[in-house]
Design a protein around this ligand. Structure first.
Ligand SMILES: [Zn+2]
Ligand SMILES: [Zn+2]
Length: 249
């Protein structure tokens, strides 16, 4: 499995951090996870391109995770691609219907399939996926993508969430975990973790590598201290993700 971080930013994007988006690929299968502002351009810069991704999996419906959805739909239509599947938590159908009500000229341009998924196990774009509800200001799902063969590990994406034991358990044993780490320690926030709470939640878990993502501009220049805060609770391999980073799992 190959994971490309298309966007590692947040609702306050930076020039080098688009909003949230991840490209998950294996063999000839590809899946876009979240589609925030700037992600479509980043996707166009990959070999796969927006022509090559027929399925989008959403963690939740906040703007920084969905705002490039209709632009993706239009780009695929112009490129002659005739279908798009959008999969996400309860409310995804209504969300897409409402968007298409506003942009009437986009209706019926491509064969748009919408599927709402609960927590649990299901297939998306040929990937075996497990979902769990996380702790955010709106309904949000974390996803665990099963590795292909015996030698391939799993990939887990937290979505937007506070750090908590249940999510750490969900990620336990994975080869790679990409976790929301929106702010440095001194920012008072709910619905996202602080570095020390993330470190405490991950304590004792067996995870190959953790990538921090969903980074607000507040985190710039403070990476070292954030890693130190995490390391007080968790002694595993933790790194900052960056746009364009590609990892083979
Ligand atoms: Zn959010
Ligand atoms: Zn977000």
């Amino acid at each position: 499995m190959r994971v490309t971080f298309l966007g590692t930013g947040s609702a306050m994007p930076a020039h080098d951090r688009a909003q949230t988006g991840l490209l998950v690929e294996s063999g000839d299968r590809s899946l876009l996870v979240d589609c925030g502002s700037g992600v479509l351009s980043r996707l166009a810069g990959t070999e796969t391109g927006y022509e090559g991704v027929g399925t989008v999996l959403l963690t939740h419906h906040h703007l920084d995770h969905v705002s490039d959805l209709l632009p993706l739909l239009k780009a695929r239509w112009l490129a002659g691609e005739t279908h798009l599947e959008v999969v996400g938590p309860v409310g995804t159908k209504r969300h897409l219907d409402d968007l298409l009500d506003v942009y009437e000229y986009m209706q019926n341009r491509v064969d748009l399939q919408i599927r709402e998924v609960p927590a649990g196990s299901f297939d998306v774009g040929g990937f075996a996926v497990e979902a769990m509800e996380v702790r955010h200001s709106v309904d949000c799902l974390a996803y665990r993508f099963a590795g292909d063969g015996d030698n391939d590990g799993d990939f887990v994406f937290s979505g937007d969430s506070e750090a908590f034991e249940g999510l750490a358990n969900f990620a336990d044993g994975a080869a790679v975990l990409a976790h929301d780490c929106s702010f440095p320690e001194d920012v008072d926030v709910s619905g996202h973790p602080t570095p020390s709470k993330l470190g405490a939640a991950l304590s004792g878990r067996d995870i190959g590598r953790v990538y921090l993502t969903h980074l607000y501009p507040h985190t710039e220049g403070r990476h070292e201290e954030m890693l130190e805060s995490i390391a007080r609770g968790y002694d595993g391999d933790v790194r900052f993700a960056r746009d364009g980073l590609r990892i083979d799992i």
